[in-house]
Design a protein around this ligand. Structure first.
Ligand SMILES: *[C@@H]1O[C@H](CO)[C@@H](O)[C@H](O)[C@H]1NC(C)=O
Ligand SMILES: *[C@@H]1O[C@H](CO)[C@@H](O)[C@H](O)[C@H]1NC(C)=O
Ligand SMILES: *[C@@H]1O[C@H](CO)[C@@H](O)[C@H](O)[C@H]1NC(C)=O
Ligand SMILES: *[C@@H]1O[C@H](CO)[C@@H](O)[C@H](O)[C@H]1NC(C)=O
Ligand SMILES: [Zn+2]
Length: 298
């Protein structure tokens, strides 16, 4: 910016503008000074990791932008919107998707070294938010580069929204990770639901939490992209995996669980904001390890 200011001053001088006019042309004020639109990839990522991560971050932008546009085009009324957000006003969710893409990312960093030694010591972690060690930073472990699918593989390789982990795609995995960064989520987006069935229960029982639930924002984005873009008019919503118990029993168990966990998470929001966590890459098991030692697996 300094060089711009000098360039403008030099131009004004050379065209004979009076010094008093220079004061009036205070358009040297740049309201956007310091704004950084993109996510920064740390030098610890080698050429391969940098190119794969920048591609996935681009896909995150595509995924979030489509989710936002589906909400803007359909209000609160499409089947997919009703399914995930319960039919109430959706402006808050529009805002989170927009922040993922357009919020000031100054200092928001992805790194490929392992400063907290979690990639090395925690078997099967795909990465983690650095939490209180560095709230703007996310570590991506080697496994993410090997296991996450590109967005163009949407609805392929057996993926369905209901039955597959929400981190099946690198883009949706990154959506979860950036929503842990307070510079994006403003400390408001949280885990109120832990999986697909809890996300559906949240939409019914507590739509105001669905609008700021990390999993809801991921599942809605995946389903809208699958249905609108990848396989138009069809998508791949799928069915939740069937447990050994009967469907009715499983459903009521899921409802009870989600209600209990939703309540307890809501009560400890301020604590949750300072916890850190990481997710496994296993498709069958997804765990959150909070830094009080508590591990949530689904
Ligand atoms: C963007 O964030 C940085 C770091 O917090 C801050 O210094 C800068 O003023 C912000 N830019 C704008 C336009 O607010
Ligand atoms: C970058 O690092 C990854 C993981 O260690 C490795 O598999 C890959 O070969 C490296 N790429 C280059 C160009 O060195
Ligand atoms: C959903 O949108 C319709 C029209 O856009 C509006 O009349 C209705 O109040 C909305 N419902 C809720 C619960 O916000
Ligand atoms: C933060 O750093 C400490 C000390 O190195 C480490 O024990 C802890 O696991 C780190 N936190 C995260 C979220 O990695
Ligand atoms: Zn999380």
């Amino acid at each position: 910016m300094l060089s711009n200011i000098f360039a403008i001053s030099a131009l004004l001088c050379s065209t004979g503008v009076e010094p008093s006019n220079i004061v009036i042309t205070s358009d040297t004020y740049d309201w956007a000074a310091g704004y950084v639109e993109g996510y920064t990839i740390h030098e610890s990522c080698n050429a391969t990791q940098t190119s794969m991560l920048s591609r996935a971050l681009g896909e995150l932008g595509v995924l979030a932008t489509h989710a936002k546009e589906h909400l803007l085009y359909h209000g609160n009324q499409s089947e997919i919107v009703l399914k995930y957000f319960g039919g109430g006003p959706t402006a808050e969710a529009v805002g989170w998707y927009e922040r993922i893409v357009r919020a000031n990312k100054s200092g928001v960093l992805f790194r490929c070294d392992d400063p907290d030694l979690n990639c090395e010591t925690q078997d099967s972690w795909g990465g983690h938010w650095r939490g209180e060690n560095a709230t703007l930073e996310t570590v991506i472990c080697d496994l993410s580069f090997i296991e996450r699918y590109p967005l163009e593989a949407m609805c392929g390789f057996g993926f369905t929204v209901a039955s597959s982990p929400s981190n099946f795609y690198f883009a949706s995995d990154l959506m979860h990770r950036v929503l842990h960064v307070p510079a994006i989520s403003q400390g408001v987006v949280e885990h109120f639901a832990e999986d697909y069935s809890e996300v559906l229960a949240l939409s019914d029982e507590s739509p105001e939490h669905a609008l700021r639930d990390s999993d809801t924002l991921q599942y809605f984005a995946l389903e809208a992209y699958a249905y609108d873009v990848a396989v138009p008019g069809e998508g791949c919503p799928g069915e939740p995996p069937v447990e050994t118990t009967s469907t009715v029993e499983a459903a009521s168990a899921a409802e009870t669980t989600s209600e209990a966990e939703t309540t307890s998470e809501a009560e400890t929001t301020s604590e949750a904001e300072t916890t850190s966590e990481a997710e496994t890459t296993s498709e069958a098991v997804s765990c959150h390890t909070h830094d009080d030692g508590e591990v949530h697996c689904v």
